[in-house]
Design a protein. Structure first.
Length: 391
């Protein structure tokens, strides 16, 4: 097979890149190890920044989003006996949107299917070749067991945190930074109306809790748990009791309404950045180059921002022979990546219990400042609601 851009990974980064490239008149083939149903069903991100929504709209992907997403003006930040609302619109003029990654993925798959996009699902043995030449390629075994090769002008690794692309950069070229955290999140989906109009981020001595949502009838909630926790050891009753305690059920008349839990899983937390995001004819985008802990709601938004930069850069390179944007891609993308890496680390550090009484006092002091000073609140709002795509 031959195409202009071989894209590894059919998650949001890969599918959106294929979509944006097609709009520029650039052909691509997408390769994915999982099934289409598996990729579509993964419960992940829930919050889209203003700039992500703007990009999806301008790419013709905003129709269902405009009908179904909830626009939120801000978030609540709280600790025992105090809840504060940060109004991002007032502070920065930008809002955020509740629209699940599963919905974004569904819209992308529908748009790409309608356009006849070539996507190979359930492949195996993905290997990248000749990345420093003008004819890089990817070999794989297709779903029928047949060995295949895609030769392209450019290969883009959109294969997430476990894919092979990032390791395809030579050892002497790549550099990485990593931080693991001593806690994980136990996440649940529940068939119950959210008990809040906007997301609640709660500091509590027992551990962090987050009340998010997917729709007017589906809530998404998280609890800080120790690393290595088995989700099955948390009964539904224990989960709801812990959520009630940490989210402040009964404080100021607020109530958390429990409901049937339909999904339960534990996610570890990691910060990771690999540079450069381009080497020869290989480009990296999304989780393949960087991972953030979910506390800042940045992962999906960063993936979208990467491909928002990359698509016009590849179009200029492949259609007009102009390499300036492609040459600048890694440096430009990494500015935003490091900003979001810092913000996600900062939110995580401010909100998760460590068991250290000194940390606890610093966290409470920071929370008081962020919720009472306009400068503090604006800093959080500007980062959470998102910087412009090209930051
Ligand atoms: P992925 O979605 O991981 O897609 C990569 C694809 O590559 C996968 O489909 C994978 O199967 C495929 N692949 C892997 N290896 C190969 C191979 N060898 N060959 C071919 N294909 C391969 N982000 C936010 O912005 N806001 C949030 O609120 C938020 N909440 C989150 C909550 C949870 C529970 C989790 C887990 C993540 C959350 N994130 C959030 C992060 C967000 O989900 C990711 O950052 C996002 O999925 C990144 O997209 P991606 O396309 O880069 O990678
Ligand atoms: C979610 O709804 O899944 C979600 C929301 C905000 C976060 C993380 C996850 O910071």
């Amino acid at each position: 097979m031959r195409t202009q851009v071989a894209i590894i990974g059919a998650g949001p980064a890969g599918m959106l890149l294929a979509h944006l490239l097609a709009a520029e008149g650039v052909e691509s083939i997408v390769l994915e190890i999982r099934s289409q149903a598996y990729v579509a069903g993964r419960i992940r991100a829930g919050i889209l920044e203003q700039s992500t929504v703007d990009l999806l709209r301008s790419a013709g992907l905003g129709e269902r989003l405009d009908r179904e997403a909830f626009e939120h003006r801000g978030i609540y930040l709280q600790w025992p006996d105090e809840r504060h609302h940060l109004d991002f619109v007032e502070l920065t003029g930008r809002s955020v949107f509740v629209y699940g990654q599963t919905q974004v993925q569904k819209d992308l798959v529908a748009a790409r299917e309608a356009a006849g996009q070539e996507v190979h699902y359930e492949i195996s043995d993905t290997v990248l070749h000749d990345l420093e030449s003008d004819e890089p390629s990817v070999t794989f075994t297709d779903s029928s067991g047949v060995a295949q090769r895609v030769t392209a002008s450019v290969v883009v690794g959109c294969d997430g945190s476990f894919g092979p692309s990032r390791a395809a950069l030579p050892d002497g070229v790549r550099r990485s930074w990593e931080k693991t955290y001593p806690h994980s999140w136990l996440g649940i989906l529940a068939d119950v109306a959210p008990s809040t109009d906007e997301l609640i981020y709660a500091w509590h001595p027992d551990g962090f809790a987050l009340h998010s949502m997917r729709s007017s009838t589906v809530s998404r909630l998280y609890l800080q748990v120790p690393n290595g926790t088995d989700a099955q050891t948390w009964s539904d009753d224990r989960i709801w009791e812990s959520l009630a305690t940490r989210l402040g059920h009964g404080e100021g008349g607020w109530k958390l309404t429990p409901g049937p839990i339909t999904e339960k899983s534990v996610l570890p937390m990691r910060s990771f950045v690999q540079t450069p995001m381009r080497h020869g004819r290989l480009f990296l985008a999304g989780d393949s180059a960087h991972i953030v802990p979910p506390t800042g709601a940045k992962g999906l938004n960063l993936a979208v921002a990467d491909v928002g930069l990359l698509a016009p850069a590849l179009a200029a390179l492949l259609l007009g022979g102009d390499s300036r944007l492609a040459d600048a891609y890694s440096e430009t993308a990494l500015r935003r990546v490091w900003r979001c890496t810092h913000f996600s680390w900062w939110m995580t550090t401010m909100l998760h219990a460590t068991g250290d009484p000194f940390d606890e006092q610093l966290q409470l002091s920071q929370l008081r400042w962020v919720t009472s000073s306009e400068a503090g609140a604006t800093g959080l709002a500007e980062n959470y609601a998102g910087l412009p795509i090209g930051f």
